[in-house]
Ligand binder design. Structure first.
Ligand code: SAH
Ligand code: SF4
Length: 349
């Protein structure tokens, strides 16, 4: 299709339509609504990128769709493979922005860590995506395209999806919610809600919205300090939604969904790794029945912060355990290819 100057018009991506939109589209073209279910199945359960392959859809309809829409995934620009088997894919988007997606194999599961924005506006002191600033939100097709590319072009079976790549998922809330519905839909990508984790730096109004949906999708909160001053220093969002408001939202989430929250806690040398921080974290984790996941700080060149030494991590975890907190210590994966938490910056370095 060409515009008035004869240039190829940019086609919309059909994966930006949800099932209801697809239904309306096929009805507006005079087709029965079950065609939308067939198309949905080709797009998500079979990962088809060409309308011509939708063999049970009438040819005329396929042609109309192909003239208006594309079903292609974003294109991969670069792949890096870590010594530990972690793979980082750099996708180039239609407007020449780059995002990163990380695939982490471990025993029987394979986790994909996906991006939701190009950059991030929240500017956490320790995070490469934050240092980039905010460029734009990803649309639904770009969020899902990361998963589908890995599943269908790379033929990698994905068991778990974490929204922990570039960007703040709750700052692109509507697109993230639409994407989760399709990921979770048994006629779509069909990954169970308990295998999906959304991580937020604490966008309080969206935590409330998310709680009200009542899904079994897991929620992680990037806490990094249970002391207000420390958190405000590390994470500027804390000045907008300070800890008392964040904890109220967590309590609301817990009461609405009955699900346990996980607090993500990066241990930073000399900043949040002492007794006072351990005790304040234990107190709030206990009062909210939350779990704690301790993460080693990944080093990024834009930040002078240093990871707490290994012995300190063990001490900190034990301090929490003695207070009856459920603690896990996460291993850093893919640091040699800058694919570890917080190292994603959408540039090929
Ligand atoms: N914006 C969301 C999700 C993306 S960040 C959030 O902040 O939760 C995913 C996780 O990586 C978060 O827990 C974040 O705090 C963590 N992270 C960011 N920078 C990091 C770093 N340098 N080292 C370790 N973890 C980091
Ligand atoms: Fe944004 Fe999350 Fe990075 Fe903070 S940690 S800058 S919220 S991506």
């Amino acid at each position: 299709m060409q515009d008035c100057r004869g240039r190829e018009k940019m086609k919309k991506n059909i994966r930006d339509l949800d099932q209801a939109d697809l239904g309306e589209l096929v009805s507006s073209l005079g087709e029965p609504t079950y065609r939308a279910i067939q198309i949905f199945n080709w797009l998500y359960a079979r990962g088809i990128e060409e309308f011509s392959k939708m063999s049970d859809v009438p040819e005329k309809l396929r042609e109309i769709l192909a003239s208006e829409y594309t079903a292609e995934f974003p294109e991969v620009f670069d792949v890096k493979i870590s010594r530990d088997g972690t793979k980082k894919y750099v996708f180039r988007l239609f407007d020449n922005n780059f995002i990163e997606t990380v695939v982490i194999p471990e025993n029987k599961r394979t986790t994909i860590c996906i991006s939701t924005q190009v950059g991030c506006k929240f500017g956490c002191l320790f995070c490469a995506s934050g240092k980039m600033g905010f460029i734009r939100n990803l649309n639904v097709s770009e969020i899902l395209g990361q998963v589908l590319y890995i599943m269908f072009r790379k033929q990698i079976k994905i068991t778990n999806i974490v929204f922990m790549g570039m960007g703040e998922p709750f700052d692109n809330y509507d697109a993230v919610i639409k994407a989760i519905k399709i990921i979770n839909d048994k006629n779509g990508i069909a990954i169970g809600s308990r295998k999906i984790i959304v991580s937020t730096s604490g966008v309080v109004p969206r935590i409330i919205d998310f709680a009200k949906i009542g899904w079994q999708v897991r929620l992680s909160i990037s806490l990094h300090s249970a002391i207000n001053e420390t958190r405000s220093m590390l994470m500027p969002i804390n000045k907008i939604f300070p800890l008392p408001r964040l904890f109220d939202a967590c309590r609301f989430y817990r009461n609405e969904t009955k699900r346990r929250i996980t607090f993500e806690y990066i241990l930073i040398d000399g900043i949040n790794d002492d007794e006072k921080h351990a005790l304040s974290l234990a107190k709030v984790a206990n009062s909210l029945s939350a779990d704690v996941n301790i993460i080693p700080l990944s080093i990024i060149k834009q930040s002078p912060l240093k990871p707490a030494p290994q012995e300190k991590m063990i001490w900190f975890a034990n301090r929490l355990k003695r207070k009856n907190v459920r603690v896990t210590v996460r291993k850093s994966r893919g640091a040699d290819i800058k694919a570890a938490c917080g190292q994603l910056a959408g540039l090929v370095r």
